[in-house]
Design a protein around this ligand. Structure first.
Ligand SMILES: NC(=O)c1ccc[n+]([C@@H]2O[C@H](COP(=O)([O-])OP(=O)(O)OC[C@H]3O[C@@H](n4cnc5c(N)ncnc54)[C@H](O)[C@@H]3O)[C@@H](O)[C@H]2O)c1
Length: 376
């Protein structure tokens, strides 16, 4: 069987989620090429050794420049803070490696465009890790929309709530610093729901938004005082879709009591759909075509073998979890590399997402609606 050698950069949250995906994928899915976990890269040598040993990475590098230059790597997986995405991805593509990059693709649309150009010029596969497109219930929603089940979509309402910053004593991390993160809740969480909006509804043509930093200073992690927070704690915005639908988006790290509550509601001329990431096996569906006396939201448990990706897992009702979305993502990427076919969402999708995020930031600073560029 053909092998695809993977080099991963970043050893923490996403490093673990992606490592788990590469470990598991070939055990559950039929693949023409098997991933080989060739090298892991991190900055702290002791942490890196422990990470590599735990997940089974064969070798280590403490510099991503060395990792992307290695002849025995086919695919570079970027699981680092946002400021590093562009330089690593461009260097990897130039070295002829396929590139898998965490979201948001970049710090801004200018960087995202450079990444897309580099990947296209090199002719490599490129994918941005919007893993919620790989939730079976979300793919089912897309199938129902494409089959016309909810008719013309009028509204896409999305919230993404977390509460890990409610505590004013939570110390400063890279996510608070726009120089390393590009933005705060916006790049982290709006990026996901904007991708789902584009996937399920279509392109966004204009936005108007507001952003806030509720707690302006936080303790430094080393206890030496306080640091200034420069990245947004919360962002909300309205959107007009090209097809006439209206969108409403709210992301915040101050939703007291909500942990990872990504909720979508789509209202169409023939029916409606709703989804909540904290109950990710379920899709709520309402159809106007049901007998009037029986009309009401039904909850579809998207765990039947006919539902997307589910056949590889367990019998109906034996639910899957958040980590499976990464396994599905990696499965589709490996298939695309083996078959030399495109895979989505790709860096074009990452760029379009970033253009929308940038337009919201501009709108919030100018206090007016901003058009999103019509194309790349
Ligand atoms: N898809 C999702 O659901 C999801 C969830 C969380 C984070 N993310 C994204 O994943 C990326 C990483 O986030 P995280 O939560 O894993 O962050 P993290 O802080 O847990 O880990 C970041 C890792 O990057 C490493 N790193 C940073 N600069 C480096 C460099 N120059 N060389 C080598 N390693 C370097 C750090 O040492 C650390 O191992 C971000 O882009 C984030 O937005 C995606």
């Amino acid at each position: 069987m053909k092998e695809i050698s993977v080099g991963i950069v970043g050893t923490k949250f996403m490093g673990r989620a992606h490592s788990n995906a590469f470990m598991d994928v070939a055990h559950f899915f039929e693949l023409p090429a098997r991933p080989v976990m060739r090298a892991a890269c991190g900055r702290n040598a002791a942490d890196l050794q422990a990470f590599a040993a735990r997940f089974g990475w064969q070798t280590t590098e403490t510099s991503w420049e060395r990792l992307v230059a290695r002849d025995d790597i086919d695919l570079v997986d970027i699981c680092t803070s946002n400021v590093t995405h562009m330089p690593i991805a461009v260097a990897a593509a130039k070295a002829g490696k396929h590139v898998f990059c965490e979201k948001p693709l970049a710090m801004n649309a200018t960087e995202a465009r450079r990444m897309l150009d580099a990947a296209r010029e090199a002719g490599v596969r490129h994918m941005v890790a919007f893993n919620y497109r790989r939730v079976p219930a979300i793919v089912l929603a897309k199938q129902l929309i494409d089959a016309g089940k909810i008719g013309t979509i009028r509204h896409f309402n999305a919230v993404y709530y977390q509460d890990w910053l409610v505590d004013p004593n939570f110390s400063i991390v890279w996510r608070h610093d726009i120089k390393e993160a590009g933005s705060g809740a916006h790049g982290d969480m709006s990026a996901h729901i904007v991708d789902l909006a584009r996937y399920l509804v279509g392109e966004i043509e204009a936005v108007t938004g507001a952003q806030e930093i509720f707690i302006k200073e936080r303790p430094l992690a080393d206890g030496s005082g306080k640091g200034v927070v420069t990245a947004d704690d919360a962002t909300n915005f309205l959107a007009r879709f090209r097809n006439g639908a209206l969108g409403s988006f709210l992301v915040t790290r101050f939703a007291t009591g909500r942990k990872n509550y990504l909720r979508l509601e789509l209202f169409g001329s023939e029916g409606s759909l709703a989804f909540n990431l904290e109950r990710l096996n379920e899709l709520e569906y309402y159809s106007r075509k049901d007998e009037r006396a029986e009309q009401g939201y039904r909850t579809i448990l998207a765990t039947e073998s006919i539902h997307p990706y589910v056949n590889a897992w367990w019998p109906a009702g034996h639910i899957i979890g958040w980590e499976h979305t990464f396994i599905h993502e990696v499965r589709d990427l490996l298939l695309a590399i083996a078959k030399k076919e495109p895979v989505y969402p790709d860096f074009y999708d990452g760029l379009r997402d970033q253009q929308i995020l940038d337009a919201v930031v501009e709108s919030a600073s100018k206090g007016r609606w901003v058009e999103v560029p019509a194309g790349e």
